[in-house]
Design a protein around this ligand. Structure first.
Ligand code: NAD
Length: 482
């Protein structure tokens, strides 16, 4: 990738600051591909002023007018899929691009004028009550490293359609992709100040939580930081939705289709190198599912670092994952497939931060699986004897993003769906992401705040409902309300 400096984008212009800068390393080969400034309150203040100035005119347009920008943006995205995918590949290492999902999210936002019509009802003689979704003003979206294009599209297109002005804080590990979003929205005709991008780390995030000009904050990242952001933003009386980490459990029954289960689970836990909050993390095997585990291992052996498996985001994260595997191995868990020293194949660079897919099996009864999120291409298997035990194990996880059942029995699948303590349930699905208009959002320590972030949930979160009650004719018969 051509070396591009990550600059802030404020009021329609890329702006260089004199702040200290961090190197941005490509996980593909460990080379420096960019630098990112560590900004703070002053740059945020400039962004908030730009957004505040843009808000009256932008929110004053009809939503149909605002969505015209998104139609043009959608077409620009379609024409530049491979260019964007190449940037994501360089800075995040991802082999399969996420741009198609960003396009789908933009399509949903294009439909917002059709689904936010509000309600109207004659509530009394001569009296009509109606509702309107009204924008909040200046809002902020804080993003993680693992989906540098898609996660910003969870929030940007929806806010554009709804009439808010938005401040985006990308992860300092992947700041370059966001620049393309700004560039392309500008090309689509988005007025200056409606989208602003500020770079930084903890200091910038804290400034966002504290700034009195920002009405609502969304956060996507680890649970530890989600808690900090949720507490700090809500203490400052902001609306906040903070999505955290995950450890997703898949309950596998002996009657599950072996082929489908093995391929879906492999794709789920190794896709994006396991760096996604919806990845399959744990199989809770009920009874004897050895034939499925065997197929799963065979399928996993086809996944090769550098060939069809991308790297981990950083050397630090890679070391953390390896330490986790070392630790559970020491505690007695069996490593069925060991990715710790897997060779890098194909076009992959030996200096890239690669780990091969790894499958860990815990004995029953016996060694305990740690509760923490691994966030790498690591899949863990625990054994139980009954569905009740499986549900108890799943419910005991502090997280609650996703849970799945793999079975051919509808009754058992429905029982898992009813009893699992997770916001997104899959039946024979490895990555049960609800697609729009359904909303994305987990439970428990995977999400802090009310409602969901995308789809219809996003409309509720990013707007406030105005209720207007009207009467015009004084000669109308009056009752207690008129
Ligand atoms: P992270 O929590 O380290 O960083 C997320 C954001 O918080 C970044 O913008 C970063 O600059 C900022 N940040 C980092 N440290 C901070 C601190 N001490 N104080 C304030 N802000 C800070 O997360 P990550 O490593 O970028 O992303 C991976 C995590 O995100 C995983 O836990 C994953 O499960 C989670 N995730 C969750 C979802 C979901 O929908 N629930 C989606 C994607 C990723």
């Amino acid at each position: 990738m051509k070396h591009v400096e990550a600059d802030n984008f404020i009021n329609g212009k890329f702006i260089r600051t004199e702040r200290p800068r961090l190197n941005v390393y490509s996980p593909l080969d460990g080379m420096v591909i960019s630098t990112v400034p560590l900004c703070g309150y002053n740059e945020l203040e400039e962004a908030v002023i730009a957004a505040k100035n843009a808000f009256p005119k932008w929110s004053g347009l009809t939503s149909k007018k605002r969505s015209e920008v998104l139609y043009r943006y959608h077409s620009i995205l379609l024409h530049h899929i491979s260019e964007i995918a190449a940037i994501i590949h360089d800075e995040n290492g991802k082999a399969i691009a996420e741009v198609e999902k960003s396009i789908e999210l933009t399509e949903f936002a294009c439909s917002i004028p059709q689904i936010t019509a509000g309600e109207i009802l004659k509530v009394s003689e001569g009296v009509v009550c109606q509702t309107e979704y009204t924008p909040l003003g200046v809002v902020a979206s804080i993003c993680p490293f693992n989906f540098p294009h898609m996660v910003p599209h969870w929030t940007i297109p929806t806010n554009i359609a709804l009439g808010n002005c938005i401040i985006l804080k990308p992860s300092e590990q992947v700041p370059v992709t966001a620049l393309k979003i700004a560039e392309m929205l500008k090309e689509a005709g988005l007025p200056d100040g409606v989208l602003n991008i500020v770079h930084g780390d903890k200091t910038m995030v804290e400034a966002i939580c504290d700034h009195p000009g920002i009405k609502a904050v969304s956060f996507v990242g680890s649970t530890e930081i989600a808690k900090v952001v949720y507490r700090r933003s809500t203490t400052n009386l902001k609306r906040c939705l903070a999505l955290g980490g995950a450890k997703n459990h898949l309950i596998v029954f002996p009657d599950a289709d072996p082929e489908m289960t093995a391929t879906d689970i492999t794709a789920s836990f190794s896709g994006t190198s396991g760096q996604r909050c919806m990845a399959a993390s744990v199989m809770i095997a009920i009874g004897n599912v050895d034939h499925i585990i065997e197929k799963l291992c065979n399928e996993t052996r086809k996944v090769k670092p550098g060939l069809n498996l991308g790297p981990i985001i950083s050397q630090t994260s890679k070391e953390k994952i390896i330490k986790y595997i070392d630790r559970v191995e020491k505690s007695g868990a069996k490593i069925l497939i060991d990715g710790r020293n897997a060779p890098v194949e194909g076009e992959g660079d030996k200096n890239g931060y690669y780990i091969g897919p790894t499958i860990i099996e815990y004995s029953y009864p016996g060694n305990q699986m740690p509760q923490e999120e691994v966030f790498g291409p690591v899949f863990e298997i625990v054994h139980v004897k009954s569905l009740d035990e499986a549900i108890a194990l799943e419910n005991n996880s502090p997280y609650g993003n996703a849970a799945s059942a793999f079975t051919q029995n509808g009754g058992l699948a429905d029982e898992v769906a009813a009893k699992a303590s997770a916001g997104m349930i899959g039946i024979n699905i490895g990555v049960p992401v609800p697609r729009e208009p359904f909303s994305f959002g987990g439970w428990n320590d995977s999400k802090f705040g009310t409602g969901d972030l995308t789809g219809k949930g996003g409309i509720e979160f990013w707007t406030q409902l105005k209720k207007i009650t009207k009467k015009w004719k004084k000669q109308e018969r009056t009752d207690w309300m008129s």
